[in-house]
Design a protein around this ligand. Structure first.
Ligand code: MRU
Length: 355
C-alpha cells in the first residue's frame, strides 16, 4: 500500500488533512484545514484534484462547517452547513462528483433525522466517512471490471492523473492499470504529460513509480507518433462528467487523444464511477467547462515562458463525443455503445440497488 493518504479526517482536531498535490513530486507535504473557505480554496487551487477526491473533500467540508459552529444550537449549525454547501459548490464547475457528493451528504444525514447538534455533527462525519470508504470499494470494482479487457501483456496510454491521489485510494483509470499489475499482467504505460498542470508528468509518473509500474512520460503531442510506431493496446482515461448520450468531459487533451486513437484503431476506454454519470445532462454540449488562469500556460513554476501580454485561452477540460469511446468501465461492469441505452439501464439499475 502506498505510504500516503490523499484525504484524511483528523478526529481530534475536527479538521481535514489533504496531501498537497501542487507539491508532488518535489515534496510529500500535507495541509490541515479547519475552515470551509480554506477547503474550497484547496479545491479551486488544485491542492486536491481529481473528480472523486474533490467530492469526498467537499463532503468532509460540510462536517468541518458543523464543527466550527460556536453556538450550541442545531439550527445555527444547519445554517452554517448550508452556507458551506454554497461555498463548496462554487469551487470548481466541471466534475459532477462535487455536486453529487454534497447532495449525498444531505440525503444521508436527513435519513438519520438528527435532533441534536451532537447527532447532527456525528451524522455528517459518518456520511463523509462512508463516501470515502465507498470510493475505495468502487475504484477496486472498476479495476476488477477492467481486467476483462486487459491482455496478459498490455501497453496503455493514460491522460492526466486518475490514481490514488485523484480519489481516496486506488484510482479509476489508473486503478485498472494498478489492479492489472497486481494481477500479474505485464503492463507498460505511456503517461501523457498533460499540459498545462502536468498531472501526468508530475503525479501519474510519481504514483506509478511508487507502485513499481513500468512507464514512460510522453508529451501530449506524442500520442500520434506513439500509436503509429509502438503497439498500444488501449487508451484509458478517467472523467469528470458523463452525459446521458455517452459524451464525456475530462482533462483538456482527452478529445485529441480519442481522435488519434480512432485514427489508429486503438480502443479508447473511459473509467467512471457511476457517481460521475450526470442524469440531468442529455449531452456533452451543455457541460460547463472550467476556464483557468492564463498564468498556468504563460508560466512554468513561476518562470514566464510566453511573451509579456500574450493572450491565452485555457479551458481545463474538453468533451469527447460518445462515438469515439469504445466502452465505459464502471464499478458495475463495462458498458458499450449505444450509450444512450446502456447508460440509462445502468443508471436505473443502480438507483434500484440503492433504494
Ligand atoms: O483538473 P483535474 O486535475 O482535477 O482533472 C482531473 C481529471 O480530468 C481526471 O481525469 C478526472 O477527474 C478523473 S480522476 C479519477
Amino acid at each position: 500500500m502506498p505510504a500516503y493518504k490523499s484525504i484524511e479526517w483528523l478526529e481530534d482536531q475536527k479538521a481535514l488533512r489533504l496531501l498537497d498535490q501542487t507539491k508532488i513530486p518535489a515534496e510529500l507535504k500535507y495541509v490541515t484545514l479547519s475552515r470551509v473557505e480554506d477547503i474550497a480554496a484547496a479545491i479551486t487551487d488544485m491542492v486536491v484534484r481529481g473528480a472523486p477526491a474533490i467530492g469526498v473533500t467537499a463532503a468532509y467540508g460540510l462536517a468541518v462547517a458543523a464543527w466550527r459552529e460556536e453556538s450550541d444550537l442545531l439550527s445555527a449549525a444547519m445554517t452554517r452547513v448550508a452556507d458551506a454547501d454554497a461555498i463548496l459548490r462554487a469551487s470548481r464547475p466541471t466534475a459532477v462528483n462535487l455536486f453529487w457528493a454534497l447532495d449525498q451528504m444531505h440525503h444521508r444525514v436527513a435519513r438519520q433525522q438528527p435532533t441534536s447538534l451532537v447527532a447532527y455533527r456525528a451524522a455528517l462525519v459518518d456520511a463523509a466517512h462512508a463516501l470515502a470508504r465507498e470510493d475505495v470499494e468502487i475504484n477496486k470494482a472498476i479495476g476488477h471490471a477492467g481486467l476483462d479487457i486487459v491482455p496478459q501483456e498490455a501497453t496503455f496510454i493514460h491522460h492526466c492523473n486518475t490514481g490514488g491521489i485523484a480519489t481516496v485510494d486506488y484510482g479509476t483509470a489508473l486503478g485498472i492499470i494498478r489492479i492489472a499489475h497486481e494481477a500479474g499482467r505485464k503492463v507498460h504505460v505511456y503517461v501523457d504529460e498533460t499540459r498545462p498542470r502536468l498531472q501526468g508528468g508530475r503525479l501519474t509518473s510519481w504514483e506509478l513509480q511508487q507502485l513499481g509500474i513500468s512507464h514512460q512520460i510522453i508529451v501530449d503531442g506524442a500520442s500520434g507518433f506513439v500509436m503509429k510506431n509502438k503497439s498500444v493496446d488501449m487508451c484509458v482515461v478517467g472523467c469528470d462528467r458523463v452525459a446521458m448520450n455517452g459524451d464525456v468531459a475530462n482533462k483538456i487533451g482527452t478529445y485529441n487523444l480519442a481522435l488519434v486513437a480512432q485514427a489508429h484503431g486503438v480502443p479508447f476506454y473511459v473509467a467512471a464511477p457511476i457517481s460521475t454519470i450526470d442524469p440531468e445532462m442529455p449531452s456533452g454540449d451543455r457541460i460547463e467547462i472550467e476556464e483557468r488562469p492564463a498564468s498556468e500556460i504563460t508560466e512554468i513554476d513561476g518562470v514566464k515562458v510566453a511573451p509579456e501580454g500574450a493572450e491565452v485561452f485555457n479551458p481545463a477540460f474538453d468533451v469527447t463525443p460518445a462515438h469515439l469511446i469504445s466502452g465505459i468501465i464502471t464499478e458495475k461492469g463495462i458498458i458499450y455503445p449505444p450509450f444512450e441505452e446502456t447508460l440509462k439501464t445502468l443508471f436505473l439499475s443502480n438507483e434500484q440497488d440503492h433504494e
